[in-house]
Every structure is written in structure tokens, then in C-alpha cells.
Design a binder for this molecule. Structure first.
Ligand code: NAD
Ligand code: UD1
Length: 339
């Protein structure tokens, strides 16, 4: 029998790619999503790619009854928790919403897991938990100091997981700190579909390329980087989900608390990404230099050694792959998923 993996947030950007990879790797993903930031048409796309329609339960991870029903019905082996909200600006305007979705939601999920004796859990954290330690290359020992409510919510869940593991060391828990996920499935059928104006760089660039936005605003060109614009560790979403598969294999229900950065170890500036996207798409990306965005750091990337050593994983795809796949998705779906 195929191991059943509950994927909360499985119709979202990273979750949908995870579901495809789980199916291809011989698992049975069960999606649990409240569609607060995703579209139902994702399911048909996953079926088109894999030839398999994943099971889907509509519900909110903060609802203990809805979640319990899933665990009653299916013998879940492990849980990957992508469900949550991720917009930094929104988290500053509505902290209660963020702590409810991200912290309360995860507590309810962990409580239900415990009730049903399911103790393997993978959590989507973020490099944002590091804040600005005064240097640019972050390893897993870099001190944690998140500077916004979104980052705080991730840090709080991490703390809860560390305390849970201390009190109940039979859990198998992975905290994965993602750097900057970008890219899309090479089929062009699934990808990132932000609602409203994209807050992040890659979706903004691709919407300019496709003609949905007039020009990119580059937030600052006076940083201490190769060309003065901010540098980040962009990671292809397929490499990211491969990392999760490697984590699942390495965990294998052995009691542990594993904390890993998932990034490439490289960094790319805003203007380097603009030029790479222009090359991949054959489009010109008009841009203007604007003031720095408050809270932004000049540069950050991961030291990828721990992931390589502990789970034998490293990212394979480069910036060109990330731009080509993003562009294919954007071109095929200029307005994102159909409603
Ligand atoms: P996303 O918004 O595309 O996906 C999240 C999914 O969870 C959506 O389908 C949404 O409908 C669902 N969801 C949200 N709240 C829910 C709830 N209470 N109950 C059930 N379903 C719920 O986001 P994503 O980019 O796929 O990110 C997935 C996870 O990874 C998030 O936790 C995010 O914070 C984390 N993360 C993302 C990034 C990034 O840049 N994309 C970086 C670091 C960490
Ligand atoms: C953002 C989030 C971070 C989250 C991460 C996930 C903020 C403040 N931080 O980080 O919490 O974990 O995404 O991927 O939102 N840029 C522009 N113009 C734009 C958009 C971005 O110049 O329109 C620049 C930024 O200044 C930065 C770089 O592009 O230098 C990347 O920005 P973004 O994609 O928002 O990612 P992060 O800032 O790393």
C-alpha cells in the first residue's frame, strides 16, 4: 500500500508541486485545503500531469472536527504542512489573522495528529526567521531574529515544535527553512498564481513580461552587492519539493528533530534576475529604480552543506531553468488559473 501523506495547503504554489512529486515518487498525497489562496482548477492540472486525480478534502486546519474526519477516514502516515498565509505586508496590518492561520492552525493540526498517533511532521518555515544577523550567508546555527509578524509566526511554530519534541521525543519532525522559491513545473500547467499585485520579485517580473504590469520597481540600487540591487538565493520549486522527498526518506519515522535550510547556496541580484528573464523570454522588462523597501536586507543565501550531508540533497536547477519554467507557465496562463 502506498504511504498516505496529508498535504495541507496542497493546492497552493509549493503544495501543488509537492503533490505532483509525491504521486510520481509512489506516495498517495491527500490534499487538505480551504482555498483561501488557491483555485480548484489546480486539481485538474495535477491530474493532467500525473494521470492521477489526488484526493481532496476542503477544510481549514484550524477546524479540529474537519481535520479529525480526515484522520478517521485515511490512515495517514506523515503530514506536510504548507497551509498558512505568507504576505509580510498583510501580516503587519492584521497580526491576529496571521497568528491564527499560521500558529493556531499548526497547533490544532499537531493536536489532531497526536490524537490519531501520527507523529511525522514536516513544517514549511522560511529564511525570514533569521532576520538580519549582520552577515549574508545563513547556516542553521545563525541566530533567529524575525523582524515582521509573518516571520514571527514561523518562529513561534518552530519554538512550539522544539518544545513538543523535547517533551515528546517520539515525534519525527522536520523544520525546513525555504530561501526564495520560484519557477514552475516544466509542463507549464502549474505555477505561482499570486492574488492581486505580486509582492515578490519573480512573479512581478513575469507579469511585466506578459504585459499585465507596465514596469518593475527595483527597490534600491545602493546596496553592498555586485550591482547595488538586493541579492537572494532563488530556488526552483521542483528542487524544493525534491528536498522534501529526500527529507521524508531520511526521516523514515525515526524520532528526531531535523532543522534544514533549503536553498541553492548561490545568490542573484534583482538586475541579474531581470536580465536572465529577458534572455529566457525574449521580452524586455522595463524597470525604474525606486527607494529601498523597508525591512529588506542587502543579500542572503544559504550555506547548503547541512542538507547535503544529512539528507544527501542539493539543488540542481539554475537561474536560467527558473526563468524558462516561470515564463512557460506565465505565457500559457497569462491570468493565472481559471476560476
Ligand atoms: P500558497 O499561499 O500558494 O499556498 C498555501 C495554501 O494553503 C493555499 O492553497 C491556501 O488556500 C491554503 N491554506 C491557507 N490557510 C489554510 C488553512 N487555514 N486551512 C487550509 N488550507 C489553508 O503559499 P506557498 O507559496 O505554496 O507556501 C506554502 C508554505 O511555505 C507557506 O506556509 C509559506 O509560509 C511557506 N513559505 C513560502 C515561501 C514562498 O516564497 N512561497 C517561502 C518560505 C516559506
Ligand atoms: C520576501 C519576504 C519574506 C519571504 C520571502 C519568500 C518581504 C519583506 N519579505 O522576501 O518574508 O520569506 O519573500 O520568498 O516581503 N524586489 C524589487 N521589486 C519588487 C519586488 C522585490 O526590487 O517589486 C526586490 C527586493 O527588494 C529584494 C528582491 O527583489 O531585494 C527579492 O524580493 P522578494 O521576492 O520580495 O523576496 P524577499 O525580499 O527575499
Amino acid at each position: 500500500m502506498k504511504p498516505k501523506i496529508l498535504v495541507t495547503g496542497g493546492t497552493g504554489y509549493i503544495g501543488s508541486h509537492m503533490v505532483v512529486s509525491l504521486i510520481e515518487a509512489g506516495y498517495e498525497p491527500i490534499i487538505f485545503d480551504n482555498f483561501s489562496n488557491s483555485k480548484r482548477s489546480v486539481i485538474g492540472r495535477i491530474e493532467q500531469i500525473t494521470g492521477h486525480k489526488p484526493k481532496l478534502i476542503e477544510g481549514d486546519i484550524r477546524n479540529e472536527k474537519e481535520l479529525s474526519r480526515v484522520f478517521e477516514k485515511y490512515q495517514i502516515s506523515s503530514v506536510i504542512n504548507f497551509a498558512g498565509r505568507k504576505a509580510v505586508g498583510e501580516s503587519e496590518v492584521d497580526p491576529l489573522l496571521y497568528f491564527s492561520y499560521n500558529v493556531e492552525g499548526t497547533i490544532v493540526l499537531l493536536r489532531v495528529m497526536k490524537k490519531f498517533g501520527v507523529k511525522e511532521f514536516i513544517f514549511s518555515s522560511s529564511a525570514t526567521v533569521y532576520g538580519d544577523p549582520g552577515y549574508d550567508e545563513f547556516d542553521e546555527e545563525t541566530p533567529l531574529s524575525p523582524i515582521n509578524n509573518y516571520g514571527q509566526s514561523k518562529w513561534m511554530v518552530e519554538e512550539i515544535l522544539r518544545k513538543l519534541y523535547k517533551a515528546e521525543p517520539d515525534w519525527s519532525i522536520a523544520i525546513l527553512r525555504y530561501f526564495n522559491p520560484v519557477g514552475a513545473h516544466p509542463s507549464g500547467l502549474i505555477g505561482e498564481d499570486p492574488s492581486g499585485i505580486p509582492a515578490n520579485l519573480m512573479p512581478f517580473i513575469s507579469q511585466v513580461a506578459v504585459g499585465r504590469r507596465e514596469k518593475l520597481r527595483v527597490f534600491g540600487n545602493d546596496y553592498d552587492t555586485r550591482d547595488g540591487t538586493g541579492a537572494r538565493d532563488y530556488i526552483h520549486v521542483l528542487d524544493l519539493v525534491d528536498g522534501h522527498l529526500a527529507v521524508l526518506k531520511a526521516m523514515n519515522h525515526k524520532p528526531q528533530l531535523l532543522t534544514l535550510n533549503l536553498g541553492t547556496g548561490n545568490n542573484t541580484t534583482v538586475l541579474e534576475l531581470v536580465h536572465a528573464f529577458e534572455k529566457a523570454s525574449g521580452k524586455t522588462i522595463p524597470y525604474e529604480i525606486c527607494a529601498r523597501r523597508p525591512g529588506d536586507k542587502n543579500a542572503c543565501w544559504t550555506n547548503p552543506n547541512k542538507a547535503k550531508k544529512v539528507i544527501g540533497w542539493q539543488a540542481k536547477r539554475d537561474i536560467n531553468d527558473m526563468c524558462i519554467d516561470t515564463w512557460r507557465w506565465q505565457q500559457k496562463n497569462p491570468n493565472g488559473y481559471p476560476d
